[in-house]
Design a protein around this ligand. Structure first.
Ligand code: HEC
Length: 155
């Protein structure tokens, strides 16, 4: 089942795209917050990928804890995409954002990518054993890649 709370945050995030703040400090803090959310996502992958590869034993508690950490770090998502956080803004440059302008020009696509991610993450959270975890994981991995391909600048 899709987490309504997280899904709601993505939806609200798109609505909030028109939001502008005069304070660059707020914009920079927003960018840093979304980067911290993404770092937690990276941490989540570090727990899950070794299990997928068979390098570590299946560990439902560790998987759930990693998802909880990601959801906690990403909880403010809706507030982080103001126009003053675009890559060509002062805050965008100061915080070295990797966000692409397409997030704002293709808000529907960005929302769809976010929905794919929260849906896949909820499915992984709902998995109860190694087999169901391994069945649910690929969609989550693809959802990261799917969003990054369109909306994150390549390293
Ligand atoms: C809906 C779009 C979207 C999804 C889904 C998404 N990301 Fe990201 N990710 C971004 C954007 C945009 C950035 C750049 C943020 C910035 O710099 O402002 C980013 C940046 C990152 C970074 C670099 C963070 C830093 O600054 O050090 C990592 C790591 C990352 N993502 C991992 C993941 C993983 C793992 C997943 C899947 C579990 C994921 N992301 C899902 C959009 C997404």
């Amino acid at each position: 089942m899709v987490s309504k709370t997280v899904l709601g945050l993505f939806t609200a995030g798109v609505i909030a795209l028109g939001f502008t703040s005069s304070a660059m400090a707020d914009a920079k803090a927003s960018i840093e917050a979304r980067q911290a959310c993404m770092k937690a996502n990276g941490g989540m992958m570090k727990v899950m990928v070794p299990i997928i590869k068979g390098q570590k034993p299946y560990d439902k508690a560790a998987i759930d804890a990693a998802i909880a950490a990601s959801q906690k770090a990403c909880g403010g998502w809706a507030d982080w995409w103001g126009a003053d956080t675009k890559p060509d803004t002062a805050a965008g440059k100061a915080a070295k954002t990797e966000a692409k302008a397409e997030i704002w020009s293709d808000a529907a696509g960005f929302e769809a990518a976010g929905t794919a991610y929260v849906t896949a993450e909820a499915a992984v959270l709902a998995s109860t054993d190694e087999a169901s975890f391994k069945a649910a994981f690929p969609a989550l991995g693809k959802s990261c890649q799917g969003c990054h391909e369109k909306f994150r600048q390549a390293d």
